[in-house]
Design a protein. Structure first.
Length: 105
């Protein structure tokens, strides 16, 4: 099922909550802003479902069942400092990576 995470956080959380309450959803995967994550966590948190949050975020969420798998700015800054220390800040050393995302609509 796809839920539009670009709406108001409480609206998204209510739709996700209705799906969880109905038993139609056993896990939630999210790629949206943290305000939506927080609203969803308030609505369905506590381990009712597994919730994998893949977007960049400001830090951990202690709610049972919530897995913060996206980047944190502190980790990106630490990696940048490590590259600067090696002298690699202007080059990726011949390596490249790509990230793609898709959203409904």
């Amino acid at each position: 099922m796809v839920v539009d995470g670009g709406r108001a956080p409480e609206v998204v959380a209510e739709e996700v909550g209705r799906l969880v309450d109905s038993g139609r959803v056993e896990a939630v995967a999210g790629w949206h802003i943290s305000a939506v994550r927080q609203a969803i966590t308030r609505r369905v948190g506590g381990g009712r479902v597994v919730y994998a949050f893949a977007a960049m975020h400001e830090g951990g969420d202690p709610t049972p069942g919530v897995f913060m798998i996206g980047e944190r700015p502190i980790n990106q800054a630490a990696a940048g400092r490590a590259l600067d220390a090696r002298g690699d800040s202007a080059s990726d050393g011949g390596r490249s990576s790509a990230t793609t995302t898709s959203s409904p609509g």
